[in-house]
Design a protein around this ligand. Structure first.
Ligand code: PXP
Length: 244
């Protein structure tokens, strides 16, 4: 059964709407951990639209589970990661005009520099994950570049309906099996919510789910503690009876 990493970016989105100090993602992270989250994920975007450097630096001191930093593959972010040393980074494509991360990383474009920098990151104790579409080429590039994990982009699955959704699920399953075969560890995320998470939690080899928007939205109604617990319950339903 996969572990739940809560992405708290949108706590900071609300704060930045008024350029104020509340709500504070650092406090939100603590509540998520107390509610049973297994990790905290933040995306420090180039345009700093939500999470700020201050947040990540404090989270590095306060998060007790695991801190996963999503970042673009730029010199600025690499230097930041090497300085901060989060437990894990997830390399994502980033476009200024997008509302959220749209597609997976074009690993081929970065394969050489990923291969060159990967060793230093890993020697510094940082696990490296690449956020990719569930495609064989991307998985092969990630394996050649020496990544620890791939995070499979579940956005197309989340947006699809009916038979298309089943096809997307099949694509994710094939990708998870292939990544495992090539020695990669597997995470998944994007667009997951209370209704669509179960089949993803049941996929083979998936270790961590990164879920943000749905949990933060639900927290407006029910509180963050309850929202995290509810998502954990949905994921728990994926466990075979003897593992519950
Ligand atoms: N995984 C990655 C790599 C992401 O970029 C995001 C969005 O920041 C998520 C997971 C979480 O997506 P959502 O907010 O839709 O749950």
């Amino acid at each position: 059964m996969p572990r739940l990493h809560v992405n708290i970016d949108h706590v900071a989105t609300l704060r930045q709407a008024r350029l104020s100090q509340e709500p504070d993602p650092v406090i939100a992270a603590g509540i998520c951990e107390l509610a049973g989250a297994n990790g905290i994920t933040v995306h420090l975007r180039e345009d700093r639209r939500h999470i700020q450097e201050r947040d990540v630096r404090i989270l590095k001191q306060t998060v007790k589970t695991l801190l996963n930093l999503e970042m673009a593959w730029t010199k600025e972010m690499l230097d930041f990661a090497m300085d901060l040393k989060p437990n894990q980074i997830c390399v994502v494509p980033e476009k200024r005009e997008e509302l959220t991360t749209e597609g997976g990383l074009d690993v081929g474009q970065y394969e050489q520099s990923l291969s060159e920098e990967m060793g230093d990151l890993q020697k510094a104790g940082i696990e490296v994950s690449l956020f990719i579409d569930p495609l064989p080429d991307a998985i092969e590039c990630a394996a050649r570049a020496g990544a620890d994990f791939v995070e499979l982009h579940t956005g197309s699955y989340a947006n699809a309906r009916g038979k298309n959704r089943l096809n997307e699920l099949k694509r994710l399953e094939t990708a998870a099996n292939y990544a495992h075969e090539l020695g990669l560890r597997v995470n998944a995320g994007h667009g997951l919510d209370f209704d669509n998470v179960l089949p993803i939690a049941q996929l083979p080899w998936v270790e961590e789910l990164n879920i943000g928007y749905a949990i933060i939205c639900r927290s407006i109604y029910s509180g963050l503690d309850q929202a995290v617990r509810e998502m954990q319950d949905r994921i728990l339903a994926a466990a075979p009876p003897d593992q519950e």
